[in-house]
Design a protein around this ligand. Structure first.
Ligand SMILES: C[S@@+](CC[C@H](N)C(=O)[O-])C[C@H]1O[C@@H](n2cnc3c(N)ncnc32)[C@H](O)[C@@H]1O
Length: 293
């Protein structure tokens, strides 16, 4: 008797069970995302085509994706995309997968720019540690008159960020700099109104405790904040005032439990007029806004 063909529904049911057995998070959704990806369709297509038989090449591509997911690889590296600020951002193992809580940085920058007396056209923003370019692109689309300097130490990250910038057609606004923190800006540039940054802030002990998906797959240079997690953060707090113009703002993401240390670093630097810490959507103190004196 000929074997019954693998239909979309049968494959989804089987994969969901397999993912559940292997402890993969959100098994049904993961199975659907991977299948939609290899069929170059959206998830609704799967529901409307439950009985569609799979071609042999589709089956083997899908099974390879399923194996990668079971081995711990984040689904975003398999599909090559992550949604950020409702934009499809291309990702690869060269860059951090942009996180939902980082959208708060974009929100705060937008509020801050809209409240300031500077006109949008005269604004320069530095996105320090741009990674995939997600923050820069969201800001460029929301603030079309603004100039953004996207900095990263990683050339492969900048290459991908450039690709994303082209895809979202904001090349005219975003300029790339490969460099170590703010050194590439020199001391002379006091024309920057905002530095926005999501720096590496995971401490070494915490690094060991991260889920395998993050620890073994996301780039270490995007996560490693030194022994206590504060080495990039403290360097930025120290260097930002020489790059910001008067009244300019440092808007920086931090890790859970770091707000007290971050506050002390700001106060001890004696270079800021005032500062505030904002909580994220889960109630964790997450973003520093420090205004240069
Ligand atoms: C936590 S990731 C943030 C990426 C992106 N902004 C996001 O939110 O998805 C930190 C980024 O900082 C970059 N980075 C690490 N050390 C750096 C340094 N010394 N100078 C410039 N960039 C650095 C990493 O390559 C990485 O892209």
């Amino acid at each position: 008797m000929p074997e019954e063909p693998w239909t979309i529904l049968k494959l989804l049911q089987r994969t969901t069970r397999y993912f559940k057995d292997k402890g993969v998070a959100e098994p049904r959704a993961s199975a659907e995302i991977l299948l939609a990806h290899i069929l170059s369709q959206d998830r609704l297509f799967l529901y409307l085509n439950h009985d569609r038989p799979m071609e042999p090449e589709e089956l083997s591509t899908y099974r390879a994706c399923v194996r990668r997911r079971v081995a711990g690889e984040p689904i975003q590296y398999i599909t090559g995309f992550q949604e950020f600020w409702s934009l499809a951002i291309r990702v690869s193992p060269d860059v951090l997968i942009p996180r939902r809580e980082t959208e708060l940085l974009v929100d705060i920058v937008l509020d801050s720019v809209r409240q300031s007396r500077d006109t949008e056209n005269s604004l320069t923003i530095i996105d320090l540690g741009t990674g995939s370019g997600a923050i820069s692109i969201a800001l460029a689309l929301e603030l079309p008159g603004t100039r953004i300097i996207a900095v990263d130490l990683s050339l492969p990250a900048l290459k991908l960020a450039r690709e994303n910038v082209r895809k979202h057609q904001v090349e005219k606004q975003i300029h790339f700099v490969c460099g170590d923190m703010l050194t590439a800006m020199g001391d002379q540039n006091q024309m920057v109104q905002v530095i926005v940054t999501n720096p590496p802030y995971v401490g070494h002990t915490e690094m060991q405790q991260l889920p395998r998906e993050i620890r073994d797959f996301e780039p270490r240079h995007a996560l490693d904040g030194g022994l206590d997690g504060l080495s990039a953060i403290s360097q930025i707090i120290k260097e930002a005032p020489s790059v910001l113009g008067p009244g300019g703002k440092l808007i920086m993401e931090m890790g859970a439990g770091q707000s007290e240390s971050v506050s002390s670093l700001v106060v001890n630097s004696q270079k800021y007029l005032d500062f505030r810490i904002f909580k994220d959507y889960s109630g964790i103190e997450r973003v520093l806004v420090a205004k240069k004196a």
